[in-house]
Design a protein around this ligand. Sequence first.
Ligand SMILES: Nc1ncnc2c1ncn2[C@@H]1O[C@H](COP(=O)(O)OP(=O)(O)OP(=O)(O)O)[C@@H](O)[C@H]1O
Ligand SMILES: [Mg+2]
Length: 411
Amino acid sequence: MRSTDGPLTKLTGVPTDDDARATATTHRGPEVSVPTAVVGMVGGGQLARMTQQAAIGLGIELQVLTAHDWDPAVLAGARFVPGDPDDLDALLALAKGSDVVTFDHEHVPNAHLRALVDAGHVVRPGPAAKLLAQDKSVARRVLGDAGITIPAFVDAAPGDVAAAARFGEANGWPIVVKAPMGGYDGRGVHVVASPAELEDRPDLHTYDRWLLEAHVDIAVELAVLVARRPNGESVTYPVVETVQRDGICRELVMPARIPDDVATRAEELAATIAERIGATGILAVELFLTRGGDLVVNELAARPHNSGHATIEGTTTSQFENHLRSVLDWPLGAPTLLAPAAATVNLLGPAEPVDLTRTVQHALEDPTVHLHLYAKAYAPGRKLGHVTVLADDPEAALGAARAAAEALLLP
Ligand SMILES: Nc1ncnc2c1ncn2[C@@H]1O[C@H](COP(=O)(O)OP(=O)(O)OP(=O)(O)O)[C@@H](O)[C@H]1O
Ligand SMILES: [Mg+2]
């Protein structure tokens, strides 16, 4: 996969003008070893930051395409490739110095990914699989055609309230109105009770398209992570229970508190989807378990995922490490749980500013607490970090993680 001159150029420390990777490594002295691989990641947020932590042990050099040299992954030691994910030249610069290009988010024009592949670069996941994580409407169609259970849906032109009224008549109110692309943390997802309410939401009328969905009667939200290599080999992590408030994931419990047969079905479903769409790297499958006991696929994420933070301490191999191993087509690590239960609480910036330099020690008073701070400045609602605790039962893990989060976020 790697070009033959890359490591040699590095060893001699003599860069050539046209070898971006060699140029990128001139800071190294002659005693420094060659990286085992160079991975280019589009995005430098907390997911890239935790990928960098995993890269260190594997001897991988991670370089991240991101806007600022103070972004979370750069502060953790990933090489900074400045640029915007919409900029094809910046993506090409990242790709040129990397054995494989991968992602910490979904916001890259799919046509640019195809251009990278056409230029001979290795992109994992590839553009076709990535598109299903980028466009909720395409994902609905592809998964629906494959016979996978999804909410009833229809595509509509933005502002077509008549279409929404017909859809609501047929499927019941409320309905869910979504922006098919570009949303995250519940932005671009709206539960709408009536056509009149939709008329009153000018913000929704600015979307490029509407995806209208039946409102699912959710008993519990779940996520299943699969790490899949290009050769088809894959491992599936235990099902995670996710708790969202205001569309943002707040808490995670692994394994989910659901019957074993439901967990097995969810894991098989996620592995089937990864196989069918040819995913590589981590694929996160977000699922709704309905009150009727059905598993309904919500959305896909083709990258490390917020729902998998507990895999860092809670499983033999973290999702971040297995993401790197799978996009490099290396042998995968076991996804085995290391404790009866693990819980993660996300640290969202509270309304009042917090001084973590003061509160961090309070959060660490419980010796079982694992703290991950993302090096982001405080802002209300911003994901500043997370806390994970492993314990003998989910309630104990969740209780301890909540207590640590509360101590940390005390004004
Ligand atoms: N059809 C639906 N019926 C009921 N609730 C829904 C439906 N679609 C979405 N939701 C709720 O809205 C939340 C956010 O939706 P979704 O995951 O599609 O959006 P997102 O903003 O892309 O999320 P993420 O932060 O995971 O990227 C879901 O976790 C779920 O709680
Ligand atoms: Mg979601």
